[in-house]
Design a protein around this ligand. Structure first.
Ligand code: TRH
Length: 383
């Protein structure tokens, strides 16, 4: 039986990654797999920041081919006719109990997934596709893990993405226009362009100092609200969109927080990208450029383990990248810690190798298929 409808449930825990991932997945499932997708989301205001077409007050709206429902509470009353053929809960959110009861009354029963977070650790291979029977109802949920190997669900990536990126990157005028829309001046275009997206605890001030004191002209582009304290200190002014300052070799510009597709273009246009969390981290891997990941912090430094697991897969032979990434994330590195000027010097020298490596990595990841396609293939085996 073919699948016609899919419901995706998303709770915004914090920031933009939860809705960023769900929105990307929802659109792709609708466009590339022909499903009628409903995205249930509890925080429309966060959604609106990455997708300005969203009405933050609408209970139900159609955005870019996807039905968006404001998920207000757990009290809804549902019948089997309300239930989709595929139901995805993102990050183990609790779907409304009434919806689950209605799922149990459907014939055939919907395919039910818990879509988990991305990690490079090996244990996910053993948990990907595992089942979890409902304790009371005749329903079975399957775990679906994104990942970097063929024994995982792969990574989110749209079919048209590479063609779009290559078109953009081979058109200097389009890149200049795009950057100009973000407030980048023509004079900045000849410098090394860096986008900076990280959590507040990143050692941004130390890196800005190293760039300021370096010999190479650098333009650092920071979306509004990111690293606000360090950016304010550098600017000597409020870090609002449009603000900028040049000290030494460094020009720092505050950009508006741009819609999600524009953020891709920003990554494609820069020479180096600092990214964070999950979604921007994956997008940087599709930009064909060197990147540094600021991982979402977890208790007991669990994130350092995850960071090392990724670096082990990604950074073989790229010692400067591994060293820099560990320090950027406050993870203990071997030996006497180097200063940021030395870290940057070594990193900068290795950037051409990193760019070449990015292309090979992309091909390697593509060989596993993409997350939406893998999910649909697996769903077909469950009916
Ligand atoms: O915002 P993040 O830190 O999000 C998350 C959440 O904290 C989540 O709870 C946690 O589980 C996860 O990290 C690991 O980082 P992320 O994942 O990169 O998401 C950011 C989204 O915002 C991504 O879809 C890109 C988008 N974005 C824009 O659309 N415009 C912008 O200007 C920027 C900077 C980002």
């Amino acid at each position: 039986m073919t699948f016609r409808r899919l419901d995706l449930f998303c709770r915004v825990v914090d920031n933009y990654g939860d809705i960023g991932i769900c929105w990307r997945l929802a659109r792709q499932l609708q466009r590339e797999h022909g499903l009628a997708v409903t995205l249930w989301v509890d925080d429309l205001a966060s959604f609106r920041r990455i997708c300005p077409a969203v009405d933050a007050h609408a209970d139900r709206q159609q955005v870019d081919g996807v039905q968006v429902r404001h998920w207000r509470d757990q009290d809804g009353v549902f019948s089997p006719a309300d239930v989709a053929d595929i139901v995805i809960e993102f990050f183990a959110v609790d779907i409304p109990p009434g919806y689950i009861e209605a799922m149990a009354l459907c014939e055939p029963r919907p395919v039910w997934f818990n879509l988990e977070g991305l990690t490079a650790e090996e244990w996910v291979e053993g948990c990907h596709r595992l089942t979890s029977p409902h304790p009371r109802l005749p329903l079975t949920k399957h775990f679906f893990f994104p990942g970097f190997t063929e024994k995982t669900g792969g990574l989110l990536r749209e079919a048209e993405l590479e063609a779009e990126r290559l078109r953009f990157q081979s058109d200097p005028a389009a890149m200049a226009t795009s950057l100009a829309r973000f407030g980048v001046a023509p004079a900045d275009l000849g410098s090394t362009k860096v986008s900076l997206f990280c959590y507040p605890h990143a050692p941004v001030s130390a890196l800005l100092d190293a760039w300021r004191d370096g010999a190479e002209a650098i333009t650092c582009l920071v979306p509004e609200g990111v690293a606000a304290e360090a950016v304010q200190a550098f600017l000597g002014a409020d870090p609002v969109a449009g603000a900028s300052a040049t000290h030494g070799a460094l020009t720092l510009r505050v950009l508006p927080f741009v819609p999600q597709p524009d953020y891709d273009r920003l990554l494609w246009a820069c020479d180096l990208n600092f990214v964070r969390g999950e979604d921007s981290f994956v997008r940087a891997q599709w930009a064909g450029k060197p990147f540094v990941w600021h991982i979402y912090p977890q208790d007991e430094d669990l994130h350092h383990k995850k960071l090392r697991a990724f670096l082990q897969r990604y950074a073989g032979g790229l010692e400067a990248l591994a060293e820099f990434s560990l320090r950027w994330n406050g993870a203990p590195a071997a030996g006497e810690p180097a200063g940021w000027s030395a870290l940057w010097r070594d990193f900068r020298a290795q950037m051409p190798q990193m760019a070449a490596h990015a292309a090979g990595w992309e091909r390697q990841m593509l060989a596993h298929g993409d997350l939406a396609g893998n999910l649909m293939q697996f769903a077909a085996t469950l009916r």
